[in-house]
Structures are given as C-alpha cells and as structure tokens.
Design a protein around this ligand. Structure first.
Ligand code: XMP
Length: 516
C-alpha cells in the first residue's frame, strides 16, 4: 500500500540521469508525479489517466534501432506530452519530422531566443540562458508543429503542436542551470495539462491517513522505529490512522548515539502516547561482533542480528498483519532500473529486508512515492519535534561502522562521547542545517601525547562533516576554525581515551561519507 493522489503527471524514463530531478521539479510545482518505464502500455495509461506525460532525456541516439522507443499509440491517447531533449527528438522522429546528428554537440550553458512567447514560454523573457546536452537535433518540424525557440546551433530548440498539446524542448528545464526552467514546467502543468497546484503536505497527510485506515481496517501493524525522520513520519501517520493497533519496536543494538533511546521514548511514548517496545539487545550484538574487523562482515552481522531481534520482539506482540516502513521514492527509483543498467555494490546497506515474507506480513509504505525534503515537510505537519524533522541521516549499523576495527563497549563509549561534542558544537555554531552529515569516527591508531605531566598513548577522533544534496556525492564541509578548535579542545579534554582531533577532508567520490 502506498499513498497517491488522483491528479498526476507521468515521467517516461528514457534513461536520463536527470529523471528524478524532473519528478522533483513537478512536485515543486505542487503537482504529483511519478517516473515510469518508457515502454508503459497505452492500456495502462488509459487506466491510470495521467493529466500529462513528460518524456525524459536519455543517452541514446534516435538514429539507432536498439534505442528506447515508446509505443506509437501513445500519441493517439489525447494526453498532453512534453518531450525533453531525447524526448523531443522522439517526437520529431516518430511524428514524421526529421532528426539529424550534429557535427558539433551542443553542451552546457547556451543562449536561447524565444520565437513564440505564448503557450510554453508565456510570461518569460524572450532571451534566456538554458542548459544543453545533446548530439542529435530536430531539423524539420513534424506536421502540425511550430517552432517556439532557437539557439545559434539549433534552428529548432523548442517546438509545439497546440492542437494536440505536444511540446518538445531541446534543453533541460529541470536543471538549476536553466533557472527559469521551472516556469516552463509550470506552464506545461497548469496551462497545457490543466493541473492544479494541490500536492501539499497537508493533503498528503489526509490522503495517507485515509488510505492506511482503509487498508488496515481492524488489523494490527508493527513498525521498526529508528528515531530517524523517515520511520518517525511513518509511525506518526500510522498512529494517527489506527492509534493503538500500531506497535513500534525500537532495537538498541548498542551502536546508537548518546541519549538516542531516551529521545525516542520521550517523543513517541510520552508525547504521542504510542505502543512502543524498546529493546536493549546490545549484549547480543557485542558478542556477535567480538573479534570482527572486516567492514562488510560487521554490516552483515549487525543487519542479520537486527532482523532476528526484531522478529523475536514482534512474535511476542501476537498476531500482526502489516509491517510499516519508510521506503522513499529515490530508493524505489534506484532499485527499479527501467533501462536495465546494473550497479556495482560498494556497501551492503542495512534495513529490514527479508522480514515481510518470512513473517507473512504485508507492507505499508506511505512514503513510497515521496522525496526526502517532502518527508521533512510532512514531519512538521504531523507534529514531530524539530530535532527529528531535521535529523541528519544515520546508518542502520550505527556507530559500529564508524569504529574502525573491533567494536567493544569501551570504544563505543569513547565514540559516543566524542560524537556528542561534535554534534553539540556544530549545532551551537548554527551550522546544523547547512551541513548534510557531521559526526565523529574512531580509527584504530594511537599516538603519544602529554597531558599535565603524564605521557598518554591514546586514540584520535576524526571529525567528518560533509555538504551534500542527496548523499550520492559530497564535499567536505569548510567548518570555521573556531568551531574546529572548540571541538578539538573539548574532545581531548572531556573524553577519556582521546588525545588528538583530526579532520577528514575527502570528497565523494573518490571517498564515501561513512568510513566503512
Ligand atoms: P556512503 O558511506 O555510502 O553513505 O557514502 C551514503 C549515505 O548512506 C548512509 N548509510 C546508510 N544508511 N543503512 C542506512 O540506512 C546503512 O547501512 C548505511 N550505510 C551508509 C550514510 O550515512 C550516508 O548518508
């Protein structure tokens, strides 16, 4: 089960690296959108009744037979279409215009001159900067189309058939380098497709609650609560819908940050009055991890043991029918590659995968079609406190993958104390919303120092702070020297076992955000 509104736009995925961004822009215009495979059948489209279609760009060339083509009947359904880059070339070629390869690819920021300021370009300046990335281009308009804009090297940089409501743009309106691109998208959505800007967090909450009520009825739901924003929003929505039919389970594997279990109790037990089971399973995890140093083995062990504990606790609750979880739309898009691309595994991520089938549970995933920043809006809407709404991402295996080498209670304690200082100082400096993730890492080296008149031989703490949009790439955060100085002083003075503070200044790629 996943919550979706009735009025929607479908984005046909022709393999562009920007298709998620198109979905995001449409959502920014407050219209619900989904990315679907490019070969979606006309029958399916008739069933779904989207208000409009957007053909994404893609790396393929229209000239090749093995390139992705949609079913030609798609043009007979009376649904408005906006084709972007490859999407425009598809229209050019499939609707009997002409597409040619250019000798010189057009790439990057380009000046665009608008020839027709009605329709798609209504309200826009006729001289604009846009972002191009293409080899092929439409060189002859298909019958029924008119030219809407040109650049120096593309005579037809935008085209439209107002009768059939088909539009094509050679540039990318979804990227930030086309700053007015959102206006084009809005014109398409509101004027061409007659959509209303009604996709708001308030509407989403009402819709999600009624969906959950309808699906769950009188049955019971469990939810794994980690204290992160996604699972917290899911728990809050399900609780608003079916109250005490929901039980949340919080597993403390021993690698949580300082004070985390208490925060979860305060919020969900005291404030929301939810059924909450908190399990301190740390002994089991420490036993399993004894002597284990390999990062992947650590991740596997923590992931598997987590599922075991969760399962045991769930079985004590009695008969359950549903598992609620916080899968987000980017995870769905990532795992459903529409063009068959494969990915190399860098790290095994930890979640409760495998549980639903094993326990015969049906899934409730109310966030399956929304993005992270939308989740934060919804979190505010359902009354979660700011420290949860803006909580930085925290990996499932927790501090176990930020302790290099073996994890034992002593080393976890050192890291928890140091990490709390990093968090505190960055928060106090007012930087917590600018930095994507910030935390401490405990490496497996020691060095000699002197404190008072005593020789020390202790661990350093590494400060890792990164800026990022989506965790796919990151840069190291340029923290002010004053903040670094404060962190360094405090960790060395206040944390037993630490005599040095280091700063990690790598980006991703080539690094990753976490150390293991
Ligand atoms: P990396 O280290 O791959 O991390 O650059 C990217 C993002 O993913 C988070 N991360 C995890 N999140 N379970 C999670 O839920 C995991 O096992 C896991 N490992 C890494 C990491 O904190 C960063 O935000």
């Amino acid at each position: 089960m996943a919550t979706k509104p009735r009025q929607k736009i479908l984005i046909l995925d022709f393999g562009a690296q920007y298709n998620q961004l198109i979905a995001r822009r449409v959502r920014d215009a407050r219209v619900y959108s989904e990315v679907v495979p490019y070969n979606i059948s006309p029958a399916e489209l008739k069933k779904v009744k989207p208000r409009g279609l957007i053909f994404s760009g893609g790396p393929a060339s229209i000239k090749r037979k093995d390139s992705p083509f949609p079913d030609p009947e798609i043009f007979e359904l009376g649904i408005p279409i906006l084709g972007i880059c490859y999407g425009m070339q598809l229209m050019g070629s499939m609707l009997d215009g002409k597409v040619s390869g250019t000798r010189k690819a057009e790439y990057g920021k380009t000046e665009l001159t608008v020839d027709d300021t009605s329709n798609l370009f209504e309200g826009l300046n006729p001289n604009l900067i846009c972002w191009m990335s293409h080899g092929d281009k439409v060189t002859k308009l298909p019958p029924g189309f008119e030219k809407l804009a040109h650049t120096r090297s593309s005579k037809i940089a935008a085209m439209g058939d107002t009768e059939r409501r088909f539009y094509g743009v050679q540039f990318h309106p979804e990227v930030v380098h086309t700053p007015w691109g959102i206006d084009i998208i809005k014109n398409f959505l509101y004027d061409v497709c007659d959509c209303k800007p009604s996709w708001t967090p308030e509407n989403f909450v009402d819709l999600a609650i009624s969906d959950i009520r309808r699906v769950v009825g009188k049955r019971r739901v469990i939810c794994g609560l980690s204290g992160g924003v996604d699972s917290s929003v899911v728990a809050a929505l399900v609780h608003m819908a079916v109250k005490k039919q929901l039980t949340c389970i919080f597993v403390d594997h021993g690698f949580m940050r300082k004070g985390e279990m208490e925060q979860v109790r305060d919020t969900f037990e005291d404030h929301f009055n939810m059924n909450l089971v908190c399990v301190d399973a740390s002994d089991r995890f420490f036993r399993k991890l004894k002597g284990v140093r390999d990062p992947e083995r650590k991740r596997k062990i923590v992931g598997e043991e987590f599922i075991r504990v969760f399962e045991e606790e769930a079985s004590k609750i009695g008969k359950i029918d549903f598992l609620a979880q916080g899968t987000l739309y980017p995870d769905v898009i990532e795992s459903e590659s529409h063009t068959g691309a494969t990915k190399v595994k860098i790290k095994s991520h930890h979640n409760v995968g495998g549980l639903p089938e094993k326990m015969h549970l049906k899934l409730i995933e109310p966030l399956r079609f929304i993005f992270k920043d939308e989740v934060r809006h919804v979190a505010g809407q359902v009354g979660l406190p700011p420290h949860i709404v803006y909580r930085q991402p925290f990996p499932g295996p927790g501090l176990s993958i930020r302790i290099i080498g073996e994890c034992n209670r002593e080393r976890v304690k050192i890291l928890q104390e140091a990490d709390a200082i990093v968090l505190d100082e960055i928060y106090k400096a007012g930087l917590s919303r600018d930095v994507w993730q910030y935390f401490a890492v405990l490496p497996l080296i020691r060095s000699v120092g002197v404190m008072g008149d005593e020789r020390t031989y202790e661990y350093p703490i590494v400060v890792r702070a990164v800026t990022s949009e989506d965790a796919m790439t990151c840069d190291w955060a340029r923290l002010p020297y004053k903040v670094l100085e404060k962190i360094s002083n405090r960790v060395v003075n206040e944390v037993n076992g630490v005599n040095m503070c280091l700063l990690d200044i790598k980006s991703k790629p080539p690094g990753t955000i976490e150390w293991e």
